[in-house]
Design a binder for this molecule. Sequence first.
Ligand code: ADP
Length: 517
Amino acid sequence: MIEELRKDFVKNTTQIIVSDTESRVLQSDNNILSIPTGNYLTSVHPFFYTISNLLEEPLDENYFYCVQIENLGKNYFFDIKTKIYRKSGQVALFLIDFTEHYKSVHKIKQARNESIIDFNIAQELNNELQVQRGFKNKFLANVSHEIRTPLNSIVGFIQVLQNTGLNREQLDLVNIVKSSSENLKSIVNDLLDISKIEAGRLEIKNKRFNLHLLLDELVKAHQIQAEEKRITFQFERGESLPRFIVLDRLRLNQVLVNLLDNAIKYTQVGNITFSVTTPSKNRRKIPIVFEVKDTGIGIDAENVTTIFESFTQLEKRGLFGGTGLGLSIVKQLSELMEGKIEVESVKGKGSIFRFTVEAGVSHDQKAEKKLRSRTSKSKESKNSKYRVLLGEDIEVNQLLLMRIFADHPDYSLDIAKNGEHVLKLLDHYKYDLILMDLTMPIMDGFDATARIRNHKNKHISKIPIIALSARCSDEDIEESKEVGMNGYLIKPIDERELFQTMEKLIQRYKRKGQGVS
Ligand code: ADP
C-alpha cells in the first residue's frame, strides 16, 4: 500500500531527470514536464543554465527554491534539488512541484503588500486631513480670538453706557447694540467650541454643584425671553431631583441653553415646557432626564438626524437667524458627557428634545450645611470693603473695569500698569485679590504671579489671583495654573461671573487665613 501511495504521490509531485553537465537530457520520468531525451533543458527554461555552473559549486548537492517554469501554457513553481556525479559527468535533478503552495503564499504576500500600500495611502490621506483640520481649527481659534478682543470693549462699554442716565430713545438704541453684540459673542464662542471639540481638546470637568440653582437661573432667563414673545413657559421639577449632583456644570448649562433658546426661537404661539426628572432615587449615580417641549414649527421626520450636523439649518437662512452650530455642539457635548440626545417632532405641531445623562449624587447632608453657613458667613463679612488690584496695561480695559467696579460699592480697585508695578504696589498696600492681565510689557502676568507665589511675606504669597485674558487656549490656562493662579476669566468679562469668582476666592482666602489653592 505504502509503495503504491509513494508511487502515486511521487508521480503527481516529483519529476526526476538525469542530464549531462551541458543540460542535455539523458533520462526523464516525464511525470510533470514532458522533455524528450537528447533535448537541452535550457530550451525549456533559462534556469537550467545553472547546471553547467554546478561543477564549480563546492557541494555535490544543491537546492533552489521557488523556481517558476512555464511549460505548455502552464505555470509551475518548483523546488529543485540537484545532485552532481562529478566522475561520470552526470547531474540528477529532482523537480518538486509546489505550485499550489507558492501560489497561495504569493497571493497572501500580494494581499499583504496591497494592504500595506492601502494603509500607507490611508495614513497619508489621514495626515493630510489632520493638517487641514489643524489649520482650520487654528484659523478658527485665531480669528475668533481676534474678534473677541474688540468685542471685549464693545460688550463691556455697552453695559457701562446703559447706566449713564440715557433718555428713552438712546436707551432703545443701546439695547439694540447690546443684543447684536451679545449675539456676536455667542457665535464667536460657538466657533471656538467647535474648533476645540474637533481638535479633541474639550475636556469634560465633572464637579459637584447645586442643580436647583442652575435650573432656577435658566428658567428665570428663559421665562423673560418667552414673555417677550407672548408664549407661556412652564417648568416642572421632579420631586426626587437631588439638589447637588456631580457633572460638568458649564457644559450641561450649554446644552440646556441651546435647547431652550431653540424652543423659544422656533415657537411663535403656544407654550414651552421644561421638565427635569429622575426615575431613581437614593443611588450614587442616577439618570437625569431634561426635556424641552415646544408647540413650534416642528421638524420633518427625514430631517431629525441632519439637524445635528454642523451648519445645518432647515429654515431659510435669515428667517430665524443663527449659524446652525448649536445642535451640533449639543450632540458632541452630549457624547463627551456620555449622555443621549433624542428628538420627537411633528412638522407644524412642535418638538420634544430630550437629553438624558448620568450624574453622580452627593447625599452628603454636611455639604449642604457647609454651603448654607458659607453663604451666611459671606454676608457677615461684607461690612468691610474688598480691595482689589488690577494689573493691566491697556487703557480702555483699565477704564472699563473702573466703571464696572464703580457700580459695586463693596469693592475698591487700584491699577498697576504691568507686572513690576503690581509687585511694587503689593509691597506698600494690603490687597484681598489680584486681577492679572497675562500680556503686559516689562513683566507679564505669568512672571508676576510666579514672583508673588515666591514672595517671603505669607500674606502676599497666598493672595488669590485671577487671570483676565482674551486668550483662551488650553496652554495658557494650563500655564496660568502652573504659575499659581486661582482662576481664569476670558475677556469680554462677564460682570456677574467676575464678582461671583472674586467673592468665592476672597471668602476662601479669608476662611483659610493663609490662602487659596
Ligand atoms: P440654529 O438654530 O442656529 O440654526 P441649531 O444647530 O441650533 O442652529 O439648529 C439646527 C436647525 O434645527 C435649525 O436651523 C432648525 O431648522 C432646526 N431646529 C432646532 N431646534 C428646533 C425646534 N425646537 N423646533 C423646530 N426646529 C428646530
